[in-house]
Design a protein around this ligand. Structure first.
Ligand code: CP
Ligand code: NVA
Length: 308
């Protein structure tokens, strides 16, 4: 069994579904103040090379919530910043902890860590993917709208790390997905092609936001300038103008369409204040669900009792 979580395409439909199902159970149990101790005596290392609010705190809260312990380290403060190889870092950390959660730039960095680590490596965002986020997003879709196979789910904006992971999720879990991206900001073509071959349901790439959101049940938005792309910000502001989720664009979707945003949001850019704070937006439930999905992920990948 593949015991790293680097990309959603590497996991089976059954495993992805069971993580989401388990997170829904854990959320209900947490609400009933049921305490979990499955990971007592286990430790996880968080190795982050980009800023984070939600992913860091929700992984830490999840590990503590399962009775385990967390060691956070910014890459900048580690010997990685002075040139220690990833392969040495992976082998050393694996002697201390039961899993390594990594946020970084290149996907090849998490892949190399996984190659040398004897404990699970979990991708907490790279330039290419954000797999854990998409699992909590799908959980949020299920809670609000039901089975994704029966929905029109739309990705609006940049063909970025989030879009790539949505595409892989659609292909593995077998639900249709519609994306609308500016022509120069499409998702990774190799990921799109492989996912279209893998999945039973259509993955449609459009360039017209109005066409994409027509009758949508779910609309996902994300920042136009991801971490690491700050120098392109002005150019991107121009390119994405027509992709802002505002009242007029949202009116083209179903009346009760759910709006998702992984946050942080740039109000007035990819989404207006009115839509972000409006009744259709579930971004803060989505943020909460990150903690529940991270509990399910840590439980499953580190092991312990009650593992799905
Ligand atoms: N959604 C998300 O990954 O947020 P952070 O960057 O705050 O972790
Ligand atoms: N696409 C964004 C997601 C942030 C959670 C980024 O990579 O910055």
């Amino acid at each position: 069994m593949n015991n790293h979580l680097l990309a959603l395409k590497d996991l089976s439909r059954e495993r992805l579904s069971s993580l989401i199902d388990r997170a829904i159970v854990l959320k209900a149990e947490t609400a009933r103040k049921i305490h979990h101790r499955q990971l007592a005596g286990r430790r996880v290392s968080l190795l982050f090379n980009k800023p984070s609010t939600r992913t860091r705190v929700s992984f830490e809260a999840a590990m503590y919530g399962l009775g385990g312990q967390v060691i956070f380290m910014s890459s900048k403060e580690s010997q990685l910043s002075r040139g220690e190889p990833l392969k040495d870092t992976a082998r050393v950390l694996a002697r201390y902890v039961d899993a390594i959660v990594v946020r970084t730039y290149g996907q090849q960095i998490v892949e190399e860590l996984a190659r040398y680590s004897t404990v699970p490596v979990i991708n907490a965002l790279t330039d290419l993917y954000h797999p854990c986020q998409i699992l909590s997003d799908i959980m949020t879709v299920i809670e609000n709208k039901g089975a994704p196979e029966k929905l029109k789910i739309v990705w609006l904006g940049d063909g970025n790390n989030m879009a790539n992971s949505w595409i892989e999720a659609a292909s593995v879990l077998g639900f249709p997905l519609t994306l609308a991206c500016p022509a120069d900001y499409e998702p990774d073509p190799a990921i799109l092609e492989a996912s279209r071959r893998r999945g039973p349901a259509p993955i449609t790439l459009l360039h017209d936001p109005e066409e994409a959101v027509a009758d949508a049940d779910v609309i996902n938005v994300d920042v136009w300038t991801s971490m690491g792309q700050e120098e392109e910000q002005q150019k991107r502001l121009q390119a994405f103008q027509a992709f802002q989720l505002n009242r007029d664009l949202l009116a083209r979707a179903k009346k009760d369409a759910a709006v998702l945003h992984c946050l942080p949001a740039h109000r007035g850019e990819e989404i207006t204040e009115e839509v972000l704070e409006g009744p259709q937006c579930v971004a803060f439930d989505q943020a909460e669900n990150k903690m529940h999905i991270h509990m399910a992920i840590l439980e499953s990948f580190i092991g312990g009792t009650n593992t799905p």
